[in-house]
Design a protein. Structure first.
Length: 398
């Protein structure tokens, strides 16, 4: 505050009134709710046209016990701030009666990629998926810098991005593998599809590019365990008993890692002699009703005095640690394959088809929205059958 030699207090107050301008109240603010586990749940507090609304973002700040936690919290806050900014733009556009304005397309591409990553994490996508989005964003910045707006992402920008990826060389001089190149293209294209849905851009520029000019995905492969390998894991002790239970449970029901982590006793329904799971799939946000076999039920822990809201599997809080335990366990069981939690899902699919289940039923059990996704496993079974009949032929080769 300004002061005067004459000590005129009233003059000081008058000057303060003239120089002070009331700060505009933000219509949407970030708020935090402390949870029982010590995390902070982030939500938006919206005050719109005299009404208060709350939007829980399903994003969380964790206790900052180390540098990794601090970095994670920083990224989470940035993503939440981007979502808040987008909601403010949407609110202003609604008030103006606009569907698609230049304001939205002024958002920086790097901010949109961070928002896309956050949205995917909210649907239960794995940490590895989030890392792929982050890697894609790094390549986009290396390609054109960090000042590119969404309005500048056109057909030429996308064609140039593909050329950049094909010309990119790792520090050892190697180009990107076909699968990696396709992943970076696909991640960006999916982020643009979401931008179209949110009225940030009118259309995905990749739709204007000849499909033959786009990076093609190599023929998909799926790592899975054979019956003998599953039996070997059952016989072998695991460092963390609940990880063993959860993995083998998934081998016999096909649940994704994210759905295993979220599974509660209330999701399990007993109907006469049959048992079902009723969940909302994290990845697709769609309901799934899944019959459980006796083989799957065998790996559920004892209910004890658990409440319906209690988690079925009390797994360690660090998801990356889960796969490290799995790899060590598999090695001790004599398995040389690269075992991760998703391998359990692949194993379930191949076991079902090998046992004679039809592809449409298997597709429903896996929660696939398109049977084409399930056909990948059918090809694996066909290949196994070809190899099997050729073994017989080889017996008679002279």
């Amino acid at each position: 505050m300004l002061t005067f030699a004459h000590g005129n207090k009233s003059k000081t107050k008058d000057m303060a009134k003239k120089n002070s301008t009331p700060k505009a109240k933000e219509p949407i603010r970030l708020r935090f709710k402390k949870l029982a586990n010590g995390n902070l749940s982030i939500y938006l507090d919206k005050y719109l046209d005299g009404r208060r609304e709350y939007e829980f973002l399903k994003m969380y700040l964790i206790p900052e016990t180390d540098e990794r936690a601090k970095r994670q919290n920083k990224k989470t806050l940035e993503a939440a701030t981007n979502i808040k900014a987008l909601r403010i733009i949407e609110m202003n556009n609604r008030r103006a009666g606009l569907q698609n304005t230049s304001d939205r397309s002024k958002m920086l591409l790097k901010d949109w990629m961070e928002l896309y990553r956050a949205e995917k994490e909210k649907t239960g996508q794995s940490d590895r998926f989030a890392e792929k989005i982050a890697d894609t964003a790094k390549h986009l910045q290396a390609y054109k810098g960090d000042k590119v707006t969404m309005a500048q992402v056109d057909k030429d920008f996308c064609k140039g991005y593909i050329e950049y990826l094909r010309a990119f060389r790792k520090p050892n001089g190697e180009p990107l593998k076909d699968f990696t190149l396709h992943t970076y293209y696909k991640m960006f294209s999916c982020a643009l599809n979401m931008a179209v849905r949110e009225d940030v851009i009118p259309m995905n520029p990749f739709s204007k590019i000849d499909p033959k000019a786009k990076p093609q995905a190599p023929e998909s492969t799926r790592e899975f365990l054979t019956v003998d390998e599953v039996k070997a894991l059952i016989r072998t002790d695991c460092k963390t008993a609940d990880i063993k239970r959860a993995f083998l449970f998934s081998c016999f029901c096909g649940l994704r890692h994210s759905d295993l982590l979220a599974l509660t006793w209330g999701d399990i329904e007993k109907n006469g002699d049959d048992t079902f799971l009723n969940i909302i799939v994290k990845k697709t946000a769609k309901p799934l009703r899944l019959a459980l076999s006796q083989a799957a039920l065998r790996w559920l822990p004892d209910t004890g005095k658990a409440k319906p809201t209690d988690k079925v599997f009390t797994l360690p809080k660090m998801p990356h640690y889960h796969n490290r335990v799995l790899k060590k366990w598999a090695k001790e069981a004599g398995i040389t394959k690269n075992v991760s939690f998703h391998v359990a899902r692949h194993t379930f699919a191949t076991l079902e088809l090998t046992a004679g289940a039809d592809i449409y039923t298997t597709s429903k059990l896996l929660g696939h929205s398109n049977v084409k996704t399930t056909q990948i496993y059918a090809k694996i079974i066909d290949k196994k059958q070809v190899n099997a009949v050729n073994l017989v032929s080889n017996l008679f080769n002279e």
